[in-house]
Design a protein around this ligand. Structure first.
Ligand code: GLC
Length: 652
C-alpha cells in the first residue's frame, strides 16, 4: 500500500474523509451512486410511540453510530414547529450523514449546533404558506400602529422606523423560509406564496436562489446553514443523473433539491427523509444548470472568508468537489473560444431566451469561480496540471471578454465601419460581424459616457442586449478591467430610467418583441416583452448591484437603488419580478414572498452598513494575469501558429 493510500485509509478510518469520495477506495460510478444514495437519508417513524424522544438512528449500511437530538421549544414559530415535530417525529441518521461515514467529533458537534439552532429559531421545513403570510401581516400591522404612534414626530423618523420594520420583516420571512433536513437547516425554499395554487418547483431549494440567503446569513454571523448547504449539495453532485439514458458530467451540481418524506422500504409504519435533487431532468426544458457549480464554489469561498473556518474548503471531499466542477468546465471540446459553451437557459435565465452559445452571465461566473477555486485548491500531487490549465484559461478568458465583448461609443463606431469577409490571421473583424446587425435601439441608447459587455458573441453575431447579472458579476470578479467596471456603473447611472425605473433591476435590456420574440422564445407566454426573463425587473439583483458598487467604491448608486426597492417590496409582498418598461406592475405570473427577493434586499442593506464585507465576494486581478494579458495584446498572432509544443500540454 502506498503512503498516499495509507494516508487516505487512515483518514477514512478516523472519519476525516467521507469514504465514498475517496477515489482510491471507490473507483466506479455505481459505487458512488449507491453510497451517496444510501447515506443521504434519515429515518423517521410514524406513530405515537416514537413521539416522546427524537432518537436518531442510522440506515443499515451507513450506520456508524447513533445520535440523540434534543427536542426544545421556543422562538417565533414555536407552536408551529412543535406541531410539525409531532408530525415528523424524525428519527435521524446521525447528522454526519453529510460525510458518508462517521466523521467523529467535529461533525457531531456541528449537528448539535444545528439541532440547537433549529430549536432556537423554532422553525422547520417551510411548507406552511400561511406562516409566511402571517409574519408579513404582523409586520404590516406593526408598521401601521407605529405610524399611528409616531404621528407628529416628523417624517424622517417615521421613514427610518418603517425601513427598519421592512428589514425586520425580511429577516423573519427569510428565517421562515429555512428548509430542514433531519433537523438541520440546509437551505431556503424558493418561494412561499400563499396565493399560488400551482407550486411547480418553487417549493425546492434552488442552488442559485440560496446564494443571497447564504450571504445574508454569513453577514449576520450565522454560518451553520451555509456550511450545511455546502456539504449537502456536495453529496448531490455525485448523484445518478440521466435523461433518456444519457448522463451529464460527474461534476454537475443540481439546479435545486427538495427534502421529501417518503415511506421507508419494507416498513409501512416508518418514513424517511430523502434529499431529492433535480439536475434539469425534471426542469422545464430539461436544461442542465451550468451556474450551480460555479455559484457553489463562490459561496464556499465566501463562507471561508466570512467565518474564518477554512476547515470546510480543506476537506478532502470538498477539494474533490471543486476539482470535479473544474474538470467539467475545463474539459477540452471543439471550441475555438476560451468562453464556456452552454445551451440556452443554463443559468438564472432558465428558459429559452436566445442566450445559447457563450452567454455573458456564465462567463462572469466561470471567471469568478476559477479565481475562487484557485485560492482554495490545496497544492498536492495531481492538482498542478489542473492549476496550470486553470491559470491559462483565466488569462485567455479575460482577454477574450475584455477585447471582444466590450462596447462603448468608440467601439460601436468601429464595428459600424467594419470590413467583412476578411480571410487572414490578423483580421480586425475576427468574427465576421456584419455592421448592419447594429440594432437601431443601440445607436440611440449607447451613452457618451459608459459602456458594457455584450450578452453573447458567436460567429457573425453579437447579442447587443445588456444583461445585468453578467455585467455586474464581471465587475465583482474583475473580469472587466477597472476602467470597464467604472464604465459599466456609469452606464447604469446614465440609463437609470431604463434599467431601474420603479424597481431595480432589469434582468436584460431591451425586450425582444414581435417576430423576434416568436422565434427566440418559441412564443413563450411567460417571456412576453417586458416580462419575466424578457426584460422583467428582478429585485433579487439588488444584491449584485450592491456588491459591484461597493467594490468600485460607489455606494451611492446602490443606496439609491435600495431606496427605490424599499418603497415597494414589502407592500407588494416581495414579488419575484415586475413587468413593463418601467417596472410598474407586479409580474404577470410572479410569485409573492420569493425568498431571493427578500434575501437580495437584506444583503444590500447589510453591505450598505458595512461595505468592506463585500470582499467575501469580490476578487482582484493578480499581476500574473495582467502580465500575461499585456503579452497577448502585444504579441503577433502569426507567431503563435505552428505545431503545439509538447511542453504546453496538460492533463485535465
Ligand atoms: C425561475 C428563475 C430561476 C430561479 C427559479 C427559482 O425558474 O428563472 O432563475 O432560480 O425560478 O426561483
Amino acid at each position: 500500500m502506498s503512503m498516499g493510500t495509507m494516508e487516505t485509509v487512515r483518514h477514512v478510518l478516523s472519519g476525516a474523509v467521507p469514504q465514498f469520495l475517496s477515489s482510491d477506495l471507490f473507483s466506479s460510478n455505481s459505487d458512488l451512486v449507491l453510497y451517496s444514495r444510501c447515506h443521504i437519508k434519515s429515518v423517521e417513524r410514524r406513530g405515537p410511540r416514537y413521539l416522546p424522544s427524537l432518537k436518531c438512528s442510522s440506515m443499515s449500511g451507513c450506520r456508524i453510530g447513533s445520535y440523540r437530538c434534543k427536542r426544545l421549544g421556543g422562538g417565533l414559530y414555536r407552536d408551529t414547529a412543535i406541531d410539525r415535530l409531532k408530525l415528523l417525529s424524525c428519527k435521524c441518521q446521525q447528522a454526519e450523514s453529510v460525510g458518508g461515514v462517521d466523521t467523529g467529533e467535529g461533525n457531531s458537534e456541528w449537528f448539535v449546533d444545528s439541532a440547537n439552532k433549529f430549536n432556537l429559531n423554532g422553525s422547520i421545513n417551510s411548507q406552511n404558506n400561511l406562516e409566511f403570510e402571517h409574519v408579513a401581516q404582523l409586520k404590516r400591522e406593526n408598521e401601521v400602529s407605529m405610524s399611528n404612534d409616531k404621528a407628529g414626530t416628523g417624517t424622517s423618523t417615521f421613514a427610518a422606523a418603517s425601513v427598519d420594520s421592512v428589514e425586520e420583516e425580511a429577516w423573519d420571512l427569510l428565517r421562515a423560509s429555512m428548509v430542514y433536513y433531519c433537523g438541520s437547516p440546509v437551505g431556503t425554499i424558493a418561494a412561499n406564496d400563499p396565493t399560488c395554487s400551482n407550486v411547480l418547483n418553487y417549493d425546492q431549494v434552488f442552488i442559485r436562489d440560496f446564494i443571497p440567503s447564504g450571504i445574508a446569513f454569513l453577514l449576520k454571523g450565522e454560518y451553520e446553514i451555509v456550511r450545511n448547504f455546502i456539504l449537502h449539495t456536495l453529496q448531490l453532485q455525485s448523484w445518478e443523473k440521466t435523461m433518456d439514458c444519457h448522463s451529464p458530467g460527474q461534476g454537475l451540481m443540481p439546479a435545486s433539491f427538495k427534502v421529501r418524506t417518503v415511506p421507508l422500504d419494507g416498513d409501512d409504519s416508518a418514513t424517511e427523509e430523502v434529499l431529492d435533487p433535480d439536475f434539469g431532468e425534471a426542469a422545464t426544458g430539461r436544461v442542465a444548470p451550468v451556474d450551480s457549480g460555479l455559484w457553489w464554489i463562490i459561496l464556499l469561498r465566501a463562507y471561508g472568508k466570512c467565518s474564518g473556518d477554512l476547515s470546510v474548503q480543506e476537506r478532502v471531499d470538498v477539494q474533490n468537489g471543486i476539482k470535479m466542477i473544474l474538470r467539467l468546465c475545463l474539459a477540452d471540446g471543439f471550441d475555438m473560444f476560451p468562453t464556456l459553451l452552454v445551451t440556452d437557459g443554463s443559468c438564472m435565465i432558465d428558459r429559452r431566451m436566445g442566450i445559447h452559445g457563450h452567454p455573458l452571465e456564465i462567463q462572469s461566473l466561470f471567471y469568478s469561480a476559477l479565481l475562487c477555486a484557485r485560492e482554495m485548491l490545496t497544492l498536492e500531487n495531481g492538482s498542478a496540471d489542473l492549476l496550470r490549465a486553470l491559470n491559462n484559461r483565466l488569462v485567455a478568458l479575460s482577454f477574450h471578454i475584455r477585447e471582444y465583448y466590450w462596447i462603448d461609443m468608440r467601439k460601436l463606431n468601429e464595428i459600424y465601419r467594419y470590413k467583412t469577409e476578411e480571410y487572414s490571421y490578423d483580421a480586425v473583424n475576427k468574427f465576421n460581424i456584419y455592421p448592419d446587425q447594429i440594432s437601431p435601439w443601440l445607436v440611440e441608447w449607447m451613452p457618451n459616457k459608459g459602456g458594457y459587455l455584450i450578452g453573447n458573441l458567436q460567429p457573425a453575431h453579437m447579442d447587443f442586449r445588456f444583461f445585468s447579472l453578467g455585467n455586474l458579476w464581471a465587475v465583482v470578479s474583475g473580469l472587466a478591467t477597472t476602467a470597464q467596471s467604472h464604465a459599466i456603473l456609469d452606464l447604469i447611472e446614465a440609463k437609470w430610467a431604463d434599467l431601474v425605473a420603479e424597481m431595480p433591476f432589469k434582468i436584460c435590456y431591451p425586450a425582444v418583441e414581435g417576430q423576434e420574440w416568436q422565434i427566440i422564445t418559441g412564443r413563450d407566454p411567460k417571456n412576453t416583452p417586458w416580462s419575466y426573463h424578457n426584460s422583467g425587473s428582478w429585485p433579487t439583483l439588488l444584491w449584485q448591484v450592491t456588491v459591484a458598487c461597493m467594490k468600485m467604491n460607489r455606494p451611492e448608486i446602490a443606496a439609491k437603488a435600495v431606496s427605490v426597492a424599499e418603497k415597494r417590496l414589502s407592500r407588494d409582498k416581495w414579488p419575484e419580478y415586475y413587468d413593463t418598461k418601467k417596472a410598474r406592475f407586479i409580474g404577470k405570473q410572479s410569485r409573492l414572498f420569493q425568498t431571493w427577493s427578500i434575501a437580495g434586499y437584506l444583503v444590500a442593506k447589510l453591505l450598505l452598513v458595512d461595505p468592506s464585507a463585500a470582499k467575501i465576494l469580490t476578487t482582484e486581478e493578480d499581476s500574473e494575469i495582467v502580465n500575461a494579458f499585456s503579452c497577448m495584446i502585444t504579441s503577433n498572432p502569426r507567431r503563435k501558429r505552428g505545431p503545439k509544443s509538447s511542453k504546453k500540454t496538460y492533463i485535465v
